[in-house]
Design a protein around this ligand. Structure first.
Ligand SMILES: [Zn+2]
Length: 466
C-alpha cells in the first residue's frame, strides 16, 4: 500500500492524495488550487499523475479546494466512480456550476486583454458547464455509516466529519495483497469542531494503522463557541442602537447558513430585536435550499431549537433571500437597521463590495468578519485596522466599526485536533496534510509531547509505503 501526495502539502489548498493498493489507484479529493493566477493555472492543469490511471475518487466534501478540479480530471481522461454523500452530491451541482462560471468568465476577460495586445494564443477555461454536467453523472452516493466494498478487498465507510453539510471522513478497510495483511486507513478530510450550532459532531475514529489528518489550525485556538452567540448579539444590538446596518461577509457554503440559524435562535430567545436580515447572494440562496432538503443530518440542536417547534431554521419572517441585482441594489435605499449577509467571504469581489462602499464611511454601521482572511485581501486590511482602503479603485475612509469573530470556524483547532487524535485507541502512523508549514510542524511537536512518535509531514510528490 502506498500513499502519494499531490496537493495540500505545506498549504491548505488543492487537496489531492493518491492511494495505490492491490493494483488500484484511488484519489482522495480532487481540489482546485487557489492562489496566484499563474500558479493556479499551472497547478490545476498538471496533476502530476495520469487522470486515466485513477480507478475511483473518494470525495470528502463539497468545498472547492477539495472538489473543484474534478471536471478537469474528467477532461484529462478519468471515467470512474466518484463516491460522496447525498448532501455533497446536491451541493456539488451548485458549487461546481459556480466554479465553471468563474473559470469561463476569467478566461473571457484574459482573452479580451490578449486580443487587445494582438496576442493569438488564447486560453481555454479550466473547465466549462458541460464538463460539470458530465462530472455530476459520475457521482455515486454513499450513505453515512453504511460500509460498502468499492473494489475486491477494499471497503469504504463514510462517517460524519462535522465540517460542513455532507462532509465525511473516510475509513478504508483493506486486504493488502502485497503482504497479505489487513489494514485500516483513515482520511479525515476537513475535520470540524464539536458543538457547532448546525453540523453534527465529528465521528470519533477508534483505530487506524494510518491516520491522514488535516492540520489547518495546528497552531491556533479558536474563540469559545459558548461566547460566540453573546458576542454576535452584542454587535447586532449595538449597531441597531446607533441606527446603523450590519454587514457580514460570509462564504456561501456553511458560514452563511450557520449565521442565519444563530440569528434566528437569538431572535427566538429575545436576545436581539426582530430586524430584517438579507442573505444577498444567488449561490448562498441555492445552497441554503440544499440544507433545507437535508434537515435530517443536521445537529440535534437544530431539532430542539427549531424543528420541534415546527420552525424552519432557515426560513422565518425576518429573513429574505435575495437573488436579483435589482433587489440587491434596492437595499441601499432602506435607511432603517438591517443585517446583510453576502459573499465574498474575504471581501474581495461580489455584492458585499457594493454594500461596503455604501456603508464604510458611516460610523453607525458595523462590519463583522467571521472567517479566515488571506493576506492582501480587503478583509485582511480591514481587520488590520487600515484607516483608508480602496473599493473599486476609489479610496474610502474606514469609519464603520469593524468586529472579528473566529468562533464560527468549521475546522478543528489545535486543541480539538489533539483531543481527537488522543481518543483514537489504537493508532499507528499519523500523516499531517492540509496545513501551512508552521501549523503542521507545531502540531507535530505537540503530538510528540503527547506520546505520538510516528508523525509524518509529507512534501508534494512524496510517497509513503505502509
Ligand atoms: Zn472544507
Amino acid at each position: 500500500m502506498q500513499l502519494e501526495f499531490r496537493g495540500a502539502n505545506g498549504e491548505v489548498t488543492g487537496s489531492r492524495h493518491l492511494l495505490h493498493v492491490n493494483g488500484m489507484t484511488l484519489l482522495m479529493d480532487c481540489g482546485m488550487y487557489q492562489g496566484r493566477r499563474d500558479e493556479e493555472r499551472e497547478k490545476n492543469n498538471n496533476f502530476g499523475f495520469k487522470a486515466e490511471d485513477v480507478d475511483a475518487v473518494l470525495l470528502s466534501h463539497a468545498h472547492i479546494d477539495h472538489s473543484g478540479n474534478l471536471p478537469n480530471l474528467l477532461k484529462q481522461g478519468f471515467n470512474g466512480p466518484i463516491y460522496c454523500t447525498k448532501a455533497t452530491k446536491d451541493l456539488l451541482e451548485y458549487m461546481l456550476g459556480d466554479s465553471a462560471h468563474i473559470q469561463e468568465r476569467e478566461a473571457e476577460w484574459l482573452n479580451k486583454r490578449k486580443k487587445k495586445r494582438g496576442e493569438e494564443d488564447l486560453i481555454q477555461p479550466l473547465y466549462t458547464q458541460e464538463d460539470v454536467l458530465e462530472t455530476l453523472k459520475l457521482l455515486q452516493v454513499l450513505d453515512y455509516d453504511s460500509c460498502i466494498e468499492i473494489f475486491p478487498g477494499i471497503k469504504a465507510c463514510y462517517r460524519e466529519a462535522g465540517h460542513i453539510l455532507g462532509s465525511a471522513l473516510i475509513e478504508l478497510y483493506v486486504q493488502d495483497k502485497s503482504d497479505g495483511r489487513s489494514k485500516k486507513f483513515v482520511f479525515s478530510g476537513d475535520l470540524g469542531r464539536p458543538n457547532m450550532p448546525l453540523i453534527r459532531d465529528p465521528y470519533q475514529v477508534k483505530e487506524a494503522d494510518v491516520l491522514m489528518i488535516e492540520s489547518t489550525y495546528g497552531n491556533r485556538l479558536h474563540e469559545s463557541l459558548l461566547e460566540a452567540e453573546d458576542k454576535l448579539a452584542k454587535v447586532i444590538n449595538d449597531t441597531v442602537a446607533r441606527g446603523g446596518r450590519l454587514l457580514i461577509p460570509a462564504f456561501s457554503l456553511g458560514r452563511t447558513q450557520e449565521l442565519v440559524v444563530s440569528i434566528h435562535k437569538l431572535m427566538n430567545e429575545e436576545k436581539i430585536v426582530h430586524l430584517p436580515i438579507y442573505v444577498d447572494s444567488p449561490l448562498s440562496v441555492n445552497l441554503t435550499q440544499v440544507f433545507q432538503k437535508h434537515l435530517d443530518i443536521l445537529d440535534e440542536a437544530v431539532q430542539k431549537n427549531f424543528l420541534d417547534k415546527d420552525q424552519d431554521p432557515f426560513g422565518f419572517e425576518c429573513v429574505s433571500y435575495v437573488r436579483s441585482v435589482e433587489e440587491s441594489k434596492a437595499l441601499n435605499d432602506i435607511k432603517t437597521p438591517m443585517i446583510i449577509i453576502s459573499s465574498s467571504g474575504m471581501v474581495e469581489h461580489g455584492r458585499i463590495l457594493h454594500h461596503l462602499r455604501n456603508a464604510i464611511e458611516d460610523h453607525r454601521n458595523s462590519l463583522l468578519i467571521v472567517g479566515y482572511q488571506a493576506k492582501n485581501t480587503l478583509g485582511r486590511k480591514l481587520i488590520e485596522g487600515f484607516k483608508e482602503v480602496k473599493i473599486f479603485g476609489e479610496p474610502h475612509m474606514v469609519k464603520m466599526e469593524i468586529h472579528v469573530m473566529n468562533a464560527y470556524s468549521a475546522h478543528a483547532d489545535r486543541s480539538d485536533l489533539l483531543n481527537y487524535i488522543s481518543k483514537v485507541e489504537r493508532l499507528g502512523k499519523i500523516v499531517l496534510v492540509h496545513g501551512e508549514e508552521e501549523s503542521s510542524q507545531d502540531l507535530k511537536l505537540a503530538l510528540h509531547a503527547n506520546g505520538f512518535e510516528d508523525v509524518v509531514i509529507p512534501d508534494f510528490g512524496d510517497r509513503l509505503d505502509f
